[in-house]
Design a protein around this ligand. Structure first.
Ligand SMILES: NC(=O)c1ccc[n+]([C@@H]2O[C@H](COP(=O)([O-])OP(=O)(O)OC[C@H]3O[C@@H](n4cnc5c(N)ncnc54)[C@H](OP(=O)(O)O)[C@@H]3O)[C@@H](O)[C@H]2O)c1
Length: 366
């Protein structure tokens, strides 16, 4: 059945599109498929647009669309939306018939797309394999309930689970292809975030260099405002937007100096320990400032704290064929740890693929 093919296309966006839904679409003339598309990555064109483009590239003018999720009707900019409304594009393309999988579960949009299509004389049949469309969109349904950005935790580790040598030195654990993929992920996120010690020890640039793409905002969680003026992040803040999240009690002279370098300083309430920010509050603030998908690149203390606050939605780890050993070498998730196996966090939709000689392992927390 054609809706099954559209669902398989939708799944190609897994891991790339969240917090957006995974959607697949087929463009047809009568009952002949002339275009295929899926929502490939967060912020990218929607599945219907891709299917229309595919059809147009082969010189076809389709009259029918099969799409796994109700076409969107919200205009660009509405609620941070990055693309134009698909309903409009379908009408302009001359589509006369639309078969829809699931209705949009977002209460703000539910049935809006279907109603708009019908009002414009398009014949719509909805509910075709709707449950399957919803089943592959558990991350999207989770995202609808969040008041914080969708958060991906990423790390590179050795075969024995170490993210740095005992000295703290971590360049490089993974190979060039894994680092290139990391830059692709960065370019598809609104921000890339690190903890203070990672900023201090690695002195990273957190830029998109190995691929073409959008530069995300760089964020450091630095409760005491300790980041050095000569660090790569501070020095280049005028060129690449950089936010430093500090605790409330930080010396205004210090925050003023960071601002002089072009850093945006954001004060966040501290947790019980004044050296830690209240992460739930911090993450809500990031969402308030318009961030919808963020990448956390460690280190282990920050990732552990985020996990304990339930603020991680997706994980991706690059495992390199190297062994460091030793009790002192850091691991991807620090903190106290969970005392019993029964309390281990279960990763959903676990998948793996080769990244040259490394292995990339990914999954979701929902
Ligand atoms: N291989 C990789 O993918 C990778 C990626 C990143 C970093 N690394 C390596 O990991 C090491 C750094 O990791 P790390 O765990 O030491 O440091 P980190 O997570 O970058 O930063 C830790 C700092 O953040 C603090 N922190 C924890 N929770 C916080 C919160 N809620 N608000 C604000 N601050 C909070 C920690 O305090 P406490 O000390 O009190 O917990 C500590 O001062 C480096 O050697 C780096 O090279 C490797």
């Amino acid at each position: 059945m054609l809706m099954r093919e559209a669902l398989a296309l939708a799944q190609r966006g897994r891991g790339e599109v969240e917090p957006n839904p995974r959607v697949g679409a087929l463009a047809l003339i009568g009952d002949e498929v002339v275009g295929r598309g899926w929502h490939e990555y967060y912020g990218g064109p929607h599945a219907e647009i891709m299917a229309l483009r595919d059809a147009a590239q082969h010189g076809h003018k389709p009259d029918t669309m099969i799409v796994t999720l109700e076409p969107c009707s919200a205009k660009k900019g509405e609620g941070g939306k990055k693309t134009d409304a698909c309903v409009e594009a379908l009408l302009q393309a001359g589509i006369r018939r639309v078969y829809v999988g699931a209705i949009d579960p977002d209460p703000r949009h539910r049935r809006r797309g279907v109603v708009e299509l019908e009002q414009n004389g398009v014949e719509v049949q909805d509910g075709v394999l709707a449950e399957d469309s919803l089943a592959i969109n558990r991350p999207f349904q989770k995202a609808l309930t969040l008041d914080r950005p969708w958060t991906i935790a990423k790390w590179a580790m050795t075969l024995d689970g170490k993210t740095a040598a005992p000295t703290g030195e971590a360049r490089w654990i993974s190979g060039p292809e894994s680092r290139r993929r990391t830059h692709v992920i960065r370019a598809r996120c609104d921000a890339v975030i690190v903890g203070f010690r990672t900023a201090q020890i690695d002195d990273p640039e957190l830029t998109v260099r190995h691929v073409e793409g959008r530069q995300p905002i760089r964020i450091v969680l630095d409760p005491l405002g300790d980041i050095g003026d000569d660090s790569n992040l501070v020095r280049t803040a005028r060129k690449t937007p950089t936010w430093v999240l500090v605790g409330e009690g930080v010396d205004p002279l210090r925050t003023g100096r960071l601002q002089d370098f072009g850093v945006q300083v954001i004060q966040i309430r501290t947790a019980e320990d004044p050296r830690h920010l209240h992460l739930r509050e911090a993450w809500r603030e990031l969402r308030r400032r318009g961030l919808r998908r963020v990448l956390v690149e460690g280190g282990g203390s920050l990732t552990a704290d985020l996990l304990s606050w339930g603020c991680v939605d997706q994980v991706t780890a690059f495992v390199a064929p190297k062994i460091i050993g030793g009790k002192l070498a850091p691991t991807p998730v620090g903190g106290e740890g969970r005392p019993f196996m029964a309390e281990a966090l279960a990763i959903q939709e676990w998948s793996w693929r080769a990244s040259d000689e490394d292995l990339q392992l990914s999954g979701f927390l929902y």
